[in-house]
Design a protein around this ligand. Sequence first.
Ligand SMILES: [Zn+2]
Length: 236
Amino acid sequence: MGQLQTATTNSSELSSKWLDVSVPIYAGMVHFPDNPTITIDTISRVERGDICTLSRLTIGSHTGTHIDAPNHFLPGGAGAEKTPLENLIGPARVIEIKDPDAVKADELRAHNLGTGERLLFKTSNSERCWKTSEFVQPFVSIAEDAASYLASLNTLAAGIDYLSAGSPETHRTLLGAGVVIIEGLNLSGVSQGRYQLLCLPLKILGGDGAPARVLLRASDGIDESKASMQAMRSSH
Ligand SMILES: [Zn+2]
């Protein structure tokens, strides 16, 4: 019995290390202007004597936490079902952005980014924007010079903590370079550092975007300073 309890405790501790950085989907939640309103209608309900409870969801393809597919901005681009999941599963960094206006290349350069990283930008959006179901403007997004910089590094994924990565040009630059854009993250409970990322977008055929559940787990024993020391050493 004691052993069983210990085992149960350990497994729940293990699972509790995963942090859910996706936002909940609910009727009336915030959406990007001109995107569809989110509604959830109950079609049948067991409490009413129906055989099961069932709802109809009306949502945009860019609802809540989601990925952008290349065809969102690039004519003939791939749909959501072709999103390379290897870009969305594995080591990732959360970077705290100090700039109150935008994620800019200069600030990113100070973080010694390597090629092929998964990067999530924690901006002031996370604390400011998700507290209301009204659309908040202005919000911090990825500047075009930062998008070009990320593209040049063959970044695997770039995440932002509100409902748009940035201008159309920012989108085109990132999507054209194969950077998977994750939008609508809530990183308010997460500090800068290294994590394991698990982001699984819905497999919507030809979808221009797809809602996703996104989890982070802290990478044990690797802190930012040690990791950047290692990066510096290996670059010499
Ligand atoms: Zn989007």
